[in-house]
Design a binder for this molecule. Structure first.
Ligand code: NAD
Ligand code: UGA
Length: 469
């Protein structure tokens, strides 16, 4: 029986390995993590992450060929294939701070693999890493290898949160990069065999190591660029009377452009787009390509602009003062169907509103009060950020209340900001909400989820991104 061990039981390691275990009953999969509470949660009825369909998959194979353990070294030593799916955040200190990827967790995992291994292993980069990372990892692994043969593969993950299980069951493609040596090609084939249990072989792309590593950064940069492009258009739509949904629809019909990922919003969030573009920018700068770096940097700048624009719109619409006014925040997660708040645009928007002394009443179906408080008060190292993106002061946090119902959030409020596109926000009883609000009652829809005309008929003043007022 082939044994797989995955280091890192997070948003990627957990769901990815659960699906491999489900689709490959002949393979034993152990997911390990140094963070014990996560492992305890993976072994409980309350999984550490919310992801539609995940509970079912885990229930079907946990205890059969899927295991979660904190015994990292034992399971790494026993494995034939070791996936490394640890976090690779943006560096906060030292050389490249604020841009470069922090590979501390990766390096410590690699050193541990080198220390505990007694048999040959395929080591798979699952985390998103800078191009050429495999070269450094190879050096660490082979430095003290005691004659053990390590083959490094790059197998970046393309799942999106909220649709992880669907994406893993039916990926557009699986990408495997390896050395162009006979041993490297053999390793590629071994990993290909794992995915071939359920992914059609024509969707498994094999490349060299550097193409695979760079393709992951490129894919995220292209996706984020589409959002910044449509968000930039949304500002122009508001200035001219065009409707961004109509523009998206019209341009998306061109098969060369395509219709997906053209939803204007309050800005993109999530743990990866910003981090991976910053990483790409840093790599370009290090390779003497400042023009290329500044091209990609602009994608992030437009994203920041979009959040600032939204806050400014709220303040200016509400007669230039929101001091002491109650504003309901509907949605805090970075997108629907996840409880993840990493880099959610809601953080920037809430901080901006708090900076103008608003009273916030926040509701998200999947994010806890503790998480929201933590996010709003978290110290960010990016001190060059605009004031509204800096951490809220302890006094400002007192202006925040978290509630467990959208109606409760909106009761007595002057305005509502919709910051996550949860389906339930489409079908709320807006007449009831209107009746319980201060007048004039404002709705600022940061996700284009409400029927603005219907709400206007009720009496709301509605602002929707990229649409005529
Ligand atoms: P995460 O923070 O949810 O999980 C990482 C886990 O690794 C944590 O639980 C941490 O405790 C563990 N860890 C760190 N060092 C360790 C060590 N030495 N030994 C054992 N465990 C260790 O991160 P994530 O969201 O799963 O992302 C992981 C990687 O995958 C990142 O590089 C990310 O860019 C990439 N990625 C993420 C997504 C996503 O949707 N979240 C999608 C594609 C790729
Ligand atoms: C994204 C990519 O889609 C995945 O392919 C990739 O694997 C992953 O990053 C990663 O490397 O972490 P994710 O961040 O989970 O996945 O979610 P997305 O669906 O891409 O959404 C990201 C953000 O963009 C969200 O805030 C979303 O609301 C926003 N978005 C998305 C828009 O504002 N408009 C759109 O049209 C699409």
């Amino acid at each position: 029986m082939v044994k797989i061990c995955c280091i890192g039981a997070g948003y990627v390691g957990g769901p990815t390995m659960a699906v491999i275990a489900l689709k490959c009953p002949d393979i034993e999969v152990v997911v390990v993590d140094i963070f014990e509470p996560r492992i305890i949660a993976w072994n409980s009825d309350h999984l550490p992450i919310y992801e539609p369909g995940l509970d079912d998959v885990v229930k079907q194979c946990r205890g059969k060929n899927l295991f979660f353990s904190k015994d990292v070294e034992k399971h790494v030593a026993e494995a034939d294939i070791v996936f490394v799916s640890v976090n690779t955040p943006t560096k906060t200190q030292g050389l490249g701070a604020g841009k470069a990827a922090d590979l501390t967790y990766w390096e410590s995992a690699a050193r541990m693999i080198a220390d505990v291994s007694k048999t040959d292993k395929i080591v798979v980069e699952k985390s998103t890493v800078p191009v050429k990372t495999a070269e450094a990892i190879e050096k660490i692994l082979t430095h003290n290898s005691k004659g053990i043969n390590f083959q490094i593969l790059s197998n970046p993950e393309f799942l999106a949160e909220g649709t992880a299980i669907k994406d893993l069951f039916n990926p557009d493609r699986v990408l495997i990069g390896g050395r162009e040596t006979p041993e490297g090609q053999k390793a590629i084939h071994a990993l290909k065999d794992v995915y071939a249990h359920w992914v059609p072989v024509e969707r498994i792309i094999c490349t060299n190591l550097w193409s695979a590593e760079l393709s992951k950064l490129a894919a995220n940069a292209f996706l984020a660029q589409r959002i910044s492009s449509v968000n930039a258009m949304s500002a122009l739509c508001e200035a001219t009377g065009a409707d961004v949904s109509q523009v998206s629809h019209a341009i998306g019909k061109d098969t060369r452009i395509g219709s997906k990922f053209l939803n204007a919003s309050v800005g993109f969030g999530g743990s990866c787009f910003q981090k991976d573009i910053l990483n790409l920018v840093y790599i370009c700068e290090c390779n003497g390509l400042p023009e290329v770096a500044s091209y990609w940097k602009q994608v992030i700048q437009v994203n920041e602009y979009q959040k600032t624009r939204f806050v400014n719109r709220v303040v200016s619409s509400m007669f230039n003062t929101i001091s002491g006014k109650k504003i309901a925040i509907l949605g805090f997660a970075f997108k629907k169907d996840t409880g993840d708040t990493r880099e959610t645009p809601a953080i920037g928007v809430c901080r901006g509103l708090l900076g103008d002394k608003a009273m916030l009443s926040i509701y998200d179906p999947q994010v806890s009060q503790e998480q929201i408080q933590r996010d709003l008060s978290m110290q960010k190292s990016e001190l060059d950020r605009p004031p509204h993106l800096q951490p809220a002061s302890p006094t400002a946090i007192k202006q925040v209340r978290c509630v467990w119902d959208a109606y409760e959030a909106a009761k007595g409020a002057h305005g509502i900001c919709i910051l996550t596109e949860w389906d339930e926000f489409k079908t709320l009883d807006y007449q009831k909400i209107y009746d319980d609000m201060q007048k004039p009652a404002f709705v600022f829809d940061g996700r284009n989820v409400v029927d603005a005309d219907k709400l206007r008929q009720i009496g709301f003043i509605v602002y929707t991104i990229g649409k005529p007022l």
